[in-house]
Design a protein around this ligand. Structure first.
Ligand code: 5AD
Ligand code: SF4
Length: 448
């Protein structure tokens, strides 16, 4: 049996898909890179905005005709859209035979086996469980050989209920994973040669602060992970500014293997909008965090998420966002047009901002960010950075050279050419001198 997985959305979804792939491979299934070749197609979905949700429906529309040639094709839909739409999925897409939410991920491989044995069966795995759904730790050496880093979940769900956000509805309440299990998974990855661990959660700063916590805080967890032999880099995502502690900030100056990078979603620069969003911090609080972070490590890469056109956002509110983005000088940012999400508080807030205004604000914000990103990347010109190699880059190397790509400590993509004979491969840590600045990446030469 051949399976294909398509993943939309965040790293949490990527992590879930990687686990499902490893578990299916363990059961003897073969992973294919094209949906057309597959006997099992799984779509891991995202509903954070309307756009990714629509992409899921158009993908399902494309897949349906495949069933004519292959009536035994098993189609499964997981993740946030599945959790949001629930069983009404069957009505719209009766050919879908498996729907699963995040707590159902661990039962997906067995469910696929059951579906292939019984063509009349449909399975729904949408229940939220009242504990962190621990799953078997599977280290697939064929996969880890192609990876420099690995994702490790430390918690699930979110309790914040920001006014625009669907996540608390699709991923349920916050549930921290037991420290022992997290460390065990990190150790197993490290033994398989993985050098970089990214700790994942919707709000990692509040790790342990729920009824499932085992007394270990997020900074303490990072300290424990940093001691694991072979782990050369630690990253984490995502942080909520209201929960970031001084102890965490201090770690950036203390631990050599904690990467100098933090993704800290600001969402808006206007205190009026932040309050309506229910973010529970002010722009002044945020500026203070940035100041503290830069005091500990002046080269720390700070990235953010921003929403434009939140209901009631005025031109003045938006100008506050522009002003603050310029002042903070984010190294890069993701920015989005506000999108109404079913069940969230913001859907009831008025007035809504017309799409043309949202588009225009987004453009102005992204123009500003492009300049800031260039400025940030330019600081690395001529510098030597350490790159963890992730694979071949799209660009072809000339003669006996190969073109590889990886990331420097701050998380920026670095492409570089090297001689085949240098024996640099996925997972190598190499020194690269930055010679050129591209729009969102860096280009350089290996220093041996
Ligand atoms: N509309 C637009 N952007 C949103 N995000 C979350 N919900 C919405 C929404 N309803 C953005 C936030 C978040 C990122 C993952 O997606 O900026 O940090
Ligand atoms: Fe998308 Fe959020 Fe769900 Fe991740 S948690 S898949 S970003 S809706």
């Amino acid at each position: 049996m051949k399976f294909y997985i398509h993943t939309f959305g965040c790293q949490m979804n990527v992590c879930d898909s990687l686990w499902i792939a490893a578990a299916l491979r363990q059961k003897g299934y073969t992973q294919v890179m094209s949906e057309k070749e597959a006997d099992v197609i799984l779509i891991n979905t995202c509903s954070v905005r309307q756009k990714p949700e629509q992409k899921v429906y158009s993908m399902l529309g494309r897949i349906e005709p495949y069933l004519k040639n292959n009536p035994n094709l098993i189609v499964g839909v997981g993740g946030c859209v599945a959790q949001q739409v629930k069983e009404t999925f069957w009505e719209k897409f009766p050919f879908v035979r498996l729907i699963f939410g995040t707590d159902g991920v661990r039962s997906v491989p067995d469910s696929i086996v059951r579906l292939s044995e019984n063509p009349d069966l449909k399975i729904s795995l949408l229940d939220f469980l009242d504990y962190y759904p621990e799953r078997e730790i599977i280290i697939d050496r064929t996969l880890t050989k192609q990876q420099a880093g690995a994702y490790v979940n430390i918690m699930q769900g979110c309790d914040n209920f920001c006014a625009y956000c669907i996540v608390p509805f699709t991923r349920g309440r916050q549930k921290s994973r037991k420290t022992e299990n997290i460390l065990n998974e990190c150790k197993k990855f490290a033994e398989a040669g993985i050098k970089e661990i990214t700790l994942l959660g919707q709000n990692v700063n509040s790790f342990g602060k729920d009824k499932y916590g085992d007394g270990v805080s997020f900074p303490q967890l990072i300290r424990k992970v940093s001691k694991i032999e072979g782990i050369r880099r630690i990253r984490f995502t995502t942080s909520h500014p209201k929960d970031i502690s001084d102890e965490l900030i201090a770690l950036f100056g203390e631990l050599e293997n904690l990467c100098p990078a933090i993704h800290l979603p600001l969402q808006s620069g206007s205190n009026t909008i932040l309050a309506k969003m229910g973010r529970k911090y002010t722009i002044e609080d945020y500026l203070q965090i940035v100041e503290k972070l830069r005091k500990v490590r002046d080269d720390i890469v700070i990235t953010t998420d921003l929403i434009v056109g939140f209901p009631t956002e005025t031109e003045e509110d938006f100008l506050e966002t522009l002003k603050r983005v310029k002042e903070i000088e984010f190294d890069s940012s993701f920015s989005f047009k506000y999108s109404d999400r079913p069940g969230t508080k913001a859907t009831k807030m008025e007035p809504k901002i017309p799409d043309e205004i949202k588009s225009e604000r987004l453009k102005r914000l992204q123009n500003l960010q492009d300049k800031l990103t260039h400025k940030s990347l330019n600081k690395l010109k001529g510098k030597v950075v350490e790159v963890l190699v992730e694979g071949k880059s799209a660009k072809q190397g000339k003669d006996n050279q190969i073109s590889l790509k990886g990331r420097e400590g701050g998380g920026r993509v670095v492409n570089f050419l090297t001689k085949q004979t240098n024996n640099i491969h996925v997972g190598s840590l190499v020194k690269v001198k930055i010679t050129e600045i591209k729009k969102h990446s860096l280009f350089g030469e290996v220093i041996l």
